[in-house]
Design a binder for this molecule. Structure first.
Ligand code: V47
Length: 378
């Protein structure tokens, strides 16, 4: 039981021990400085171990950002380029297939595909990215295109989200990443990315994906202009969708990295802020199985520590990540399997390689196969 005398924290602790849901106000209270970080860790860890025992997951994956040219100008983004920017690029089919080959040769089970909304590229080009990769490398799980991209494809084609997602699944899409969520509350969203898909669109797209049998992830970009109540609002909205569909697989809190962005006057969140947000996310999202500590953006030390603050997943070995490295991430571009397993073991957890949909990956030399879905608790 919690050691503090604060009655509100004691009540929250009792609820967490009893497996009861926390309210919006309780979540907000957990952000107040009087709540000791160590006590948050104890509570978040309780939920984490209830759901995932002592396991900590990782995968062997690669990123593909086929273009950085983007019609939108989100103020937090360092990756995007204008059509005529020197740094703008667009990958050819051959370059894309080369990435697929490299991924397969290196034992990757997943390719994470996101990019810009290129002024001149039509929907068929994006569909083709999925199709050619899937045809050439059918074992590679393609986790691709965020809700923002799906919304853009619907705008380009005047077709429904359902039709677009059905096409993509038919072409080989395996699941959707959680990006584009940023902060749902319009007081913030209208300031940092006013033109792109809003919260209603984001939720409608994920809901439709779940109805079609796709699992999706979800994220929250924190540490810029938002206040704690915007974060709790964001988490509660995700929890409500999950009550409805059960299709959200993993939540990833994304710490804002300011370098080379339109918000470079803001300092990046501290390690304490990162860990507090990790723990509060674990406590509020009582119906989402996994919380990811994305080491690329948190840094290796904070990601490792986060395994005691609610996180149960370190993402992957990650090749070719650009979005965070353009925004000043000083992490390496790739971690070896040995490194990632060592980080997990040093944190006192048991490493387990998973595929994108949380089945165990069993390796035999250069070959691999997937086992059963990994059992998770309540
Ligand atoms: O939506 C962009 C964020 C997201 C910055 O689903 C930034 O497994 C911090 O969604 N500082 C895209 N964040 C990445 C993403 C993601 C990442 C890892 C795993 C998964 C998953 C999804 O990156 C964007 C935005 O929220 N972002 N710029 C920045 N300067």
């Amino acid at each position: 039981m919690i050691s503090t005398a604060a009655p509100q924290l004691q009540r929250i602790s009792d609820k967490v021990h009893a497996g009861e849901r926390l309210t919006f106000d309780e979540g907000l209270y957990l952000y107040s400085p009087e709540v000791p970080l160590g006590e948050l860790a104890v509570l978040a860890n309780l939920v984490r171990e209830r759901k995932n025992g002592n396991l900590a997951y990782y995968n062997i994956n690669t990123h593909l950002n086929p273009t950085n040219v983007c019609v939108y100008r989100c103020s937090f983004c360092a990756f995007r380029a204008d059509l005529r920017d020197e740094k703008g690029y667009l990958m050819s089919d051959e370059q894309i297939l080369d990435r697929g080959r490299e991924a397969s040769e290196n034992g990757c089970t997943e390719m994470h595909i996101v990019g810009g909304l290129h002024h001149q590229m039509k929907y068929d080009w994006y569909l083709n990215v999925v199709r050619i990769l899937h045809e050439a490398y059918p074992r590679l799980h393609l986790k691709g295109w965020t809700a923002v991209e799906i919304n853009w494809f619907a705008h380009l084609t005047k077709r429904s989200y359902r039709e677009i997602l059905t096409d993509l699944v038919e072409a080989g899409l395996g699941s959707m990443p959680g990006g584009g969520a940023e902060i749902f509350h319009p007081e913030v969203r209208d300031q940092i990315c006013e033109h792109k898909a809003d919260a209603t669109n984001w939720f409608e797209i994920h809901r439709t994906a779940h109805e079609l049998g796709l699992r999706t992830n979800c994220t929250m970009l924190y540490g810029h202009i938002e206040k704690p109540y915007h974060r709790i609002d964001h988490l509660v909205r995700l929890r409500e969708l999950q009550d409805e569909t059960g299709g959200l697989q993993t939540f990833i809190p994304l710490a804002f990295l300011p370098e080379n962005t339109g918000l470079d006057h803001i300092r990046r969140p501290s390690a304490v802020e990162d860990l507090r947000t990790m723990a509060i996310s674990r406590l509020m999202l009582d119906n989402i199985d996994h919380i990811k500590a994305y080491w690329i953006m948190l840094g290796i030390g904070v990601a490792q520590t986060a395994l005691a603050y609610g996180a149960d997943d370190l993402d992957g070995t990650v090749r070719h990540e650009l979005i965070y490295h353009d925004a000043g991430a000083d992490t390496p571009e790739i971690l070896s399997v040995e490194d990632i397993r060592r980080l997990i073991e040093e944190a006192g957890r048991t490493p387990i390689e998973r595929d994108t949909i949380y089945r165990e990956v069993i390796r035999d030399g250069a070959d691999w196969r997937v086992g059963e879905p990994i059992e998770v608790g309540a």
